[in-house]
Design a protein around this ligand. Structure first.
Ligand SMILES: [Fe+2]
Length: 303
């Protein structure tokens, strides 16, 4: 069951206009300077929440104090309402993952290599009870070159697809459209197969969310012409559109998002182990808390 703002044409047009009005087109407009992530100032917090309410993504910049980065990450995310940390199989004990090139022979998953990462949302292979609704990536040390990310807000992807052909939305909201086969390693099942939609409305927040991967292997798409065309159009807009953000995190910077679509370019690392790119990543089952601007949106749509 879709909320009014999607199912009723007038409400949808109102929401769409509100969403696109003053949408930031420069990645620099997403950046917020933070003096102390352990205790952020009210104005810093408000700005972080306001930007995230608009675009589902915000970039923060700290003074790169490296004394206890993980503690800073925990404190910062808690102040933004992110509490339910995911514990994936590659996360450290504190549920924060250390993302670094482990070499192709040691790494089972591409994030832990220097290869490029295709477009995806985090946890697209997870079931509903472990749905990733937000993530943080914090850069301790950038690569010598590469490691740039591109980001696209799922609500913008929805609008662009619906503008092109509303049938594309129906096709990608179909509950059987995308299946990720079970993850089996050495004859043992680590995760069961997952079937579900690409676009869905998150019950808690009533926000358009996505599960998606552009990978070609280990994914089964529903055999349907409209699905095929919708995916081709999605692929096209991911190659470039006015709402796409590209950014390469510097040391002390991080990104917080309501699990927007993202990719990563290939990485060229230093040959010295202690100069290799180092990122921390935290994933959450809940979203960044709402700010007043989201209430304004609700008021507009409910009028
Ligand atoms: Fe990711």
């Amino acid at each position: 069951m879709q909320p009014n703002y999607l199912s009723q044409p007038q409400a949808y047009q109102t929401w769409r206009a509100f969403k696109l009005s003053n949408y930031p087109k420069e990645v620099g407009l997403l950046i917020v300077n933070i003096n102390n992530p352990i205790k952020i100032l009210d104005e810093e917090c408000n700005l972080l929440l306001k930007i995230c309410a608009k675009t589902n993504i915000v970039i923060y910049r700290t003074n790169n104090d490296q004394t206890d980065v993980k503690r800073s990450i925990s404190a910062l995310t808690q102040q933004l309402g992110l509490k339910e940390l995911d514990a994936n199989i590659c996360a450290d004990e504190d549920r924060i993952s250390t993302i670094q090139d482990l070499g192709s022979d040691r790494a089972s998953y591409i994030p832990y290599t220097n290869k490029p990462l295709n477009w995806h949302t985090d946890g697209y292979y997870n079931g509903d009870t472990q749905r990733i609704r937000a993530f943080l990536m914090h850069c301790v040390r950038p690569a010598e070159s590469g490691g740039e990310n591109a980001y696209l807000d799922p609500e913008i992807a929805y609008i662009l697809l619906r503008d092109e052909n509303p049938n594309y939305i129906d096709a990608l909201m179909d509950a059987s459209v995308m299946t990720i086969p079970a993850n089996e390693q050495a004859g043992r099942q680590i995760r069961a197969a997952q079937t579900g939609p690409v676009f869905f409305v998150d019950e808690e927040s009533q926000s358009i969310s996505m599960r998606y991967t552009a990978r070609k292997r280990s994914i089964i798409w529903k055999n349907d012409k409209t699905v095929e065309h919708a995916l081709a159009f999605l692929h096209e807009i991911l190659q470039g559109n006015p709402y796409l953000f590209r950014y390469r995190l510097s040391a002390g910077e991080g990104v917080i998002s309501n699990n927007v679509l993202h990719n990563r370019s290939a990485i060229t690392d230093s040959s010295s182990a202690d100069e290799k790119r180092l990122l921390y990543r935290a994933r959450f089952y809940n979203r960044v808390k709402k700010c007043d601007e989201e209430q304004d949106l609700q008021d507009v749509v409910n009028q």
